[in-house]
Design a protein around this ligand. Sequence first.
Ligand code: DGL
Length: 279
Amino acid sequence: MGHDNRCIGVFDSGIGGLTVVRELQRRLPSETVVYFGDTARVPYGIKSIQAVTAFARQDCEFLLRFDPKLIVVACNTASAAAIDDLEQRYDVPICGVVRPGAMEAVRASGGRPIAVIATEATVNSDAYRRAIHAVRPGIIVHQRACPLFVGAVEEGRSADDPIVEALAADYLGPLRLLQPAVLVLGCTHYPLLRPAIARAIGPAAALVDSAEQTAATVAAILERRHALTDRSGAGGLTCYVSDNPQRFREVGQRFLGHSVVDVTWVSPEEFLAGEVHTV
Ligand code: DGL
């Protein structure tokens, strides 16, 4: 059996992609992860497809400096806007979060309607609907943007916060009436509000977490390519951010489930042009 001890590169618009890293660490604890969070330009979820695509290319190119064996586009918005472009542009295998979430949603739905909640840009791109229809054409897909969830999570509000409960009721009430069999959590931040979302959509809908499905897909890709690490137990997470490493450390802990120790700020000059700042 072959192996590959290079890192897995992961990028996101900011902090949220740490929910994907958490799932990767759960499933593949021996892998080394290099993470880039574009905290200077977050949020991506209200920006145009063109802008998000340009940012996603730059994020990928930054990660390519670390010679990753695979890049995970942890941001749903960047996956929705740019996954085809990135796959065509770079030789390294690239795994987004939309297709794994869509595939699991189809499986769990048994052909019944699927609801997707995500950022405005992800909903406007129609990427989840296209990915679902690529697996199973004709299935009914309802989509709803829930933009205020992102700010609520970053502010530290949890699923039992009354403001979150009110937001969830407002966003998900109309979807609940449509009786979907499955609800896809199509944004990095939503797993943190899972209990409130589950209560608001009701017990008839199964929840699909794109982060969990993505970690499973990454494991399958690496296994198939004989590219898992053989450094058993080594693991490790190194983070780079384009702004405010202190906030990333503080807020990131909630997303990752443990403390985020190794965070380095990358200046715009370094990010766009060359070497990595390592102080
Ligand atoms: N990471 C984004 C996503 O999953 C949410 C935050 C943002 O809008 O940048 O869509």
